[in-house]
Design a protein around this ligand. Structure first.
Ligand SMILES: [Zn+2]
Length: 397
């Protein structure tokens, strides 16, 4: 395949066919289209059974099979090319059988573009009341109704295959950010063994399977996890166990160290990150895929992300402000409503408030990453990032 550098010269990096093949034609493909010669930033395209998506990409989070307050039409309006759902949550409610009955998650939730399902490793270790981790799997009480559940790498793959997502994440062990080294080391080794088991049982040809790199805050364990996971061979690779409470500079240091070591010809996914600024340094480090609850969580709490920083819509200073949330944003909310009206909706606790600000935030994150992609294609990523940073104020106002 061909990569254009910033002056349009071709750089040959060899074939980049991902996944398995059906007949002679490749079912899936990751095409790396451009690389920024001054940093690790890259632009590509991932082809899936439900269409293509361009990378870098931001995936809105639809944990329960819905991106909170947004209908699929809203997501299309926001420019979402792929969304994330969570196999753990769907396993608990409504149960995989119910979704199987609807012919899979796409039909169940009325979304026909690509879906990535997280395995729920992080949720099992953070939300559930753990009973015990063994080589076989994890026994825990559901965070919802307390019933006892036993998940293994095999049962999670089976669930994700029934959900019919386009990308399935393997089941991993995600220790707390401050876990002792011995604990993290044990989790790395177990996650590698679980990766082998996940790969062995995965049968759904039209579904990509991603491996997950663990290793917490220990760089050498991260590298070890990466090397062993890559040896098993997956369709893409994620960096997991970040943004789980560790100091931000440490997260950045780990991601900057690990990202360039991931195979160049496979998509790279940074799980659960982050803020607009995080997206930009991570793109610069060579990350292709992101998900984060920030746009939806902040949105329903009345906080909008804009090019100049976070705007707390409830604040009294916006009571008579006729401007949109962000003058440069072309989303439905910004095209149609003023800050004054949105503040009024929040003050009255009207349901529309949550939808409109969430729609703006999701649009903002998606369009930020799309703009970063355009800058990479034009060989202008670093100036683009510097311009964004010069206008963006991290504090809320
Ligand atoms: Zn907007």
């Amino acid at each position: 395949m061909t990569i254009k550098n910033h002056v349009g010269a071709d750089l040959c990096v060899g074939p980049t066919v991902l996944g398995r093949t059906r007949g002679s034609a490749p079912t899936f493909k990751f095409s790396l289209m451009h690389k920024d010669p001054s940093c690790g930033a890259r632009a590509g395209v991932v082809h899936t059974a439900h269409g293509t998506f361009e990378t870098p990409v931001f995936m809105p989070v639809g944990t329960q099979g819905t991106v909170k307050s947004l209908a699929p039409d809203d997501l299309e309006e926001a420019g979402a090319q792929i969304i994330l759902a969570n196999a753990y949550h769907l396993y608990i409610r409504p149960g995989i059988d119910t979704i199987k009955l609807a012919n899979g998650l796409h039909a169940f939730m009325g979304w026909q573009r690509p879906i990535l399902t997280d395995s729920g490793g992080y949720q099992v270790f953070s939300l559930a009341r753990l009973r015990g981790i063994s080589e076989e799997g994890v026994r825990f009480h559901s965070h919802f109704d307390g019933r006892e559940i036993f998940l293994t790498p095999e049962t999670v793959i089976e669930a994700e295959e029934h959900l019919g997502s386009d990308i399935a994440m393997m089941f991993d062990e995600c220790p707390p950010h401050d876990a002792a080294r011995a604990h993290v080391e044990e989790a790395v080794h177990r996650t590698v063994r679980w990766a082998e088991r996940a790969k062995r049982v995965h049968r759904r040809k039209e579904q990509l399977l991603f491996g997950i790199v663990q290793g917490g805050r220990f760089k050498d364990l991260r590298v070890q996890s990466l090397e062993e996971t890559v040896k098993i061979g997956f369709d893409g690779y994620a960096i997991g166990g970040v943004s789980v409470g560790e100091p931000k500079p440490l997260m950045e240091e780990i991601v900057r160290a690990v990202a360039p070591l991931l195979p160049e010809e496979k998509p790279r996914y940074l799980m659960g990150v982050g803020t607009p600024l995080d997206l930009l340094w991570a793109v610069e480090a060579g990350i292709d895929m992101f998900d984060c609850v920030n746009p939806t969580r902040y949105g329903r709490n009345g906080c909008a992300f804009t090019h100049s920083g976070k705007v707390v819509v409830r604040n009294a200073e916006y009571a008579r402000d006729q401007a949109p949330l962000d003058e440069t944003c072309s989303c439905y909310t910004c095209r149609t409503f003023s800050r004054s009206y949105l503040r009024h909706l929040f003050n009255c606790e009207e349901l529309l408030a949550y939808r409109l600000v969430t729609l703006h935030n999701v649009s903002f994150f998606i369009s930020l990453v799309q703009s970063a992609r355009r800058a990479i294609v034009n060989g202008e990523f670093v100036p683009f990032k510097n311009h964004f940073l010069s206008e963006y104020d991290e504090s809320s106002r």
